[in-house]
Design a protein around this ligand. Structure first.
Ligand SMILES: Cc1cc2nc3c(=O)[nH]c(=O)nc-3n(C[C@H](O)[C@H](O)[C@H](O)COP(=O)(O)OP(=O)(O)OC[C@H]3O[C@@H](n4cnc5c(N)ncnc54)[C@H](O)[C@@H]3O)c2cc1C
Length: 296
């Protein structure tokens, strides 16, 4: 196995163009497991750790440009206000050691349906900045996941950054696992309220071949909040709205039975998480609405 160690982004792109089968390695928390277990024996490893800009982030007016290798710990410590959903999801990833190494670029590269960043990225709204020597393009997050552990990157492309919309309202992330830490999701749910556009967005993890949005649930809730004047009044959401949102979120799953859980359990749990995250985010919104507008 040859080890390629580019010193700059341009060198990394050139190496990937020359060796499209080269496997990039960032934190290595997925790649090294595969190599150690002999599940993968690439001809070339492309080490991105000397490319400093990949661990940097910029907070802009509308969005955060998160370098592909920014570790989860940095997201939790520095971007909680701008990216609350992703910060909460980062908290649930593995252990402090893994969170110090692993990042969102690696989670996207692996594109496991169980990856914790995905529901948060889907709910917030994100675009993946992919680049090759041929040029740069932005891939909307909804189009990034193309199958089980498959993504939309071309063989010569690398992820340079992820552009994630800054939160304009409360966001939540919920994960079911067999224990509280160091656990892969049985299923997960992300929810973001977007008061500016009066919409809601969701992300479901580990309950379909790819991470997905529960679009019918989003459309129902956005319409119900609008028609009932909930955004202005900040009044309590009725149990029937919460119930229907949960049922539609559950219906947005396409799960399988596997060692971690049954399809039936996953559908059920996603419904529960949808209702809970709605309760949490709405209470937070009501608090903000009360403070900002003096409404009850
Ligand atoms: C003990 C343990 C526990 C874990 N627990 C969790 C968990 O709870 N939740 C969770 O989501 N994950 C978990 N993981 C998986 C892993 O930590 C995450 O997927 C992490 O985000 C991977 O990031 P990384 O930088 O280490 O990626 P790497 O291992 O370096 O790379 C992962 C994949 O992405 C590709 N890649 C990396 N950078 C780029 C780039 N810039 N452009 C293109 N492709 C790229 C690589 O080629 C590879 O295919 C766990 C792993 C371990 C070992």
């Amino acid at each position: 196995m040859d080890f390629l160690r580019p010193a700059s982004w341009e060198e990394a792109l050139a190496a990937k163009a020359e060796h499209p089968t080269a496997v990039p390695i960032a934190g290595g928390t997925d790649v090294m497991v595969e190599i150690n277990f002999d599940h993968r024996r690439p001809e070339y490893l492309l080490d991105l750790n000397r490319v400093g800009e990949l661990t940097e982030w910029e907070v802009g007016g509308e969005s955060v440009r998160l370098g592909a290798s920014v570790p989860y710990t940095a997201i939790m410590e520095n971007l909680r206000a701008e990216l609350p959903g992703l910060a909460l999801a980062s908290h649930t990833v593995a252990s402090p050691q893994i969170r110090n190494r692993g990042g969102v670029g690696g989670n996207l590269g692996t594109a496991s349906p169980a990856g914790d960043a995905h529901p948060a990225l889907l709910a917030a709204g994100a675009e993946v900045e992919a680049e090759s020597v041929r040029g740069s393009r932005m891939i909307p997050i909804d189009e990034f996941y193309t199958g089980v552990k498959r993504n939309a990157l071309a063989p010569d492309e690398l992820i340079r950054a992820v552009h994630i919309k800054k939160a304009d309202g409360p966001q939540q992330y919920s994960k079911v696992g067999t224990r509280n830490a160091m656990v892969i999701a049985v299923c997960a749910f992300g929810l973001a309220l977007h008061p500016q556009t009066r919409t809601v967005r969701t992300g479901i993890g580990s309950a379909a071949p790819t991470p997905v949005r529960a679009k019918a649930a989003e459309e129902f809730l956005s319409a119900a909040l609008e028609e009932g004047g909930f955004w202005e009044s900040g009044k309590i959401i009725t149990p029937s709205i919460a119930k229907q949102f949960a049922e539609l979120a559950s219906g947005g799953c396409n799960p399988i039975d596997d060692v971690r859980g049954t399809a039936k359990y996953r559908r059920h749990a996603v419904g529960i998480m949808a209702r809970r995250t709605l309760g949490w985010t709405w209470e937070q919104y009501r608090g903000t609405a009360r403070t900002l507008e003096g409404v009850a």
